[in-house]
Each structure stands twice: as structure tokens, then as C-alpha cells.
Design a protein around this ligand. Sequence first.
Ligand code: AMP
Length: 285
Amino acid sequence: MSKVLRKPAEFRQACEDARAVRRRVGLVPTMGALHHGHFSLIDEAKSRADFIALTLFVNPLQFAPGEDLKRYPRTFESDLAGCRERGVDVVFAPEPGAMYSPEFQTEVSVKGISEPLEGGFRPSHFDGVTTVVTKLFNLAGPCVAMFGRKDYQQWKVLARMALDLDMPIEVVGCPIIREADGLALSSRNRYLSASDRKRALGIVSGLRRAFDAWEQGEREPDALRSLAEEPVRGAFDRLDYVAAVDPETLAAPSPSPCRILIAVAAHLGTTRLIDNVVLGEDTCP
Ligand code: AMP
């Protein structure tokens, strides 16, 4: 039976109580509208920990003005049912005012790795993410925390932050969960009309083309990038980026890399989708 906690102090206490009886805390931070991508993080947490804490919080700090904060799907009852079915111990679902008092004036910011890709198009986004996740880590205390590689750069930024700031947190990146046709699960997929849902597969085609070329021996980053870009450009209304970068630094890859990250962000109408594949590591998207 998942217990719902609304107050930060209650959440901190629940995690402390669990550790006091030698349970390892597994933290799954989310913004809700849960789907099988989120559920896979719960399963991974259960394999590494025995007290599972899932957080449901649509964090206003990580949305820029004009982004989808207001319309972001909020499906608390079905999220809770999903958590209960999967044996989550506590669901921490604070109101924004409980996380950010009117006097709030602190920001946690990771440089370097947060600047390319998403950082170029959503300049304040990662500061919002690193600030809220720092608060969640401080409330949860020592734990193992699950993040999806769907948000590849977010995972890397948070892993960097935990290392740099000596946080007692093990940051784990979990594989991307996809629909049968390859589209990565996302809370934002529900914004798509039936015809846009079909066009969204342009991203999958792009990633698969790069994947196939890699399998056939192509190692030239820009060739792989162009192969991925063409179907995205054809299907989407607007492209933020299709990039081929080093999977660790997110900077330009070495000339003949043994792994390469192809990352995509593009718009269909008012919906922005992101996806990626690590060539030389992941299976075919
Ligand atoms: P969100 O609720 O969108 O902030 O996502 C919460 C966590 O779930 C993040 O760590 C995401 O990367 C992860 N996640 C979202 N979609 C997927 C997916 N399709 N596969 C794996 N993880 C995902």
C-alpha cells in the first residue's frame, strides 16, 4: 500500500525510518502522468533497493515561460494506482508551495555538460532540474536514484552533480522504453493527434538509419548525424537539433569513436519530442 506524503518533512522522516531498519532507499523522481517508462524505473529500483520512494512533482522551475507547465498532464489517481500495483512504498507529491517558499532564492547549476543540446534550446531548464533534484536528494538522504536515458543529458548532468557535490547518492541511468513501433514513451505523447503520432515515427526512422549505418561500419560522426536528420526533417515541423556527440562529455566525438550518441529534439505543432540512441552500446531503437 503506497503511502501518500505531501510534506517534505514527512518524506524525509519516512526515508530515515526505512534506513533505520536497514532498508535501502530507491528513489524514482518523476513529474507524474506515469507510463511504462516510469514503471521500468520502479522495477529497476526494486532490483537495487527495498524501500521504494517515487516522487510526483511538476517542477515549475524547469519550465520556461511559454513552455507547457500549465497543460502538463496531471493524472494523480491513476499514477497512484500504478504505484500501488507495483509495490511503491511512498509517493511524495508536494504542492509547489511546499517545495518553494516565497523567500526561496537558491539555485544549483552544473556548467559544461548542461550547456550543449537541450541547454542550447532550454537555457534555464537544467538549473531547474538540478535545483529540484538536489532538494529531493537532500530529503531522501543516502539512496540509489533512477533516471531514464530517454532524458540522456539530464541523467549525465545529475550524475555529474552528485559526483561534484559529494552527494551520497548512486545515480543510475535506465534504458529507454519504447512502443512496439519504436516511439519512446513520453508523458508528452498524449498531446499528439493521430496524424502527428504517425509523423513522430520520423525520429525512430532517423535513429534506425544511423544505427544501421553504424552496424555496417560507418564511423564518421557527421555522416551518421546527416542520416538521422533527414527523416526527422521530413516529418517534423521544426527541428531543434540532431547531434552526434561523445556519450560521456556530450562534446564533439573523436574522429573514429567506439561509441557515439545520436540525440534528437524536434517539434510537431506545439509538442516537442526528444529521443536518442548510443551507437556501439544500445540495441536498435
Ligand atoms: P518525467 O516524468 O518525464 O520527468 O520522467 C521521469 C523519469 O522517467 C526521468 O528520469 C525520465 O528520463 C524517465 N523516463 C521517461 N520516459 C522514459 C522512457 N520512455 N523510458 C525510460 N525512462 C523514461
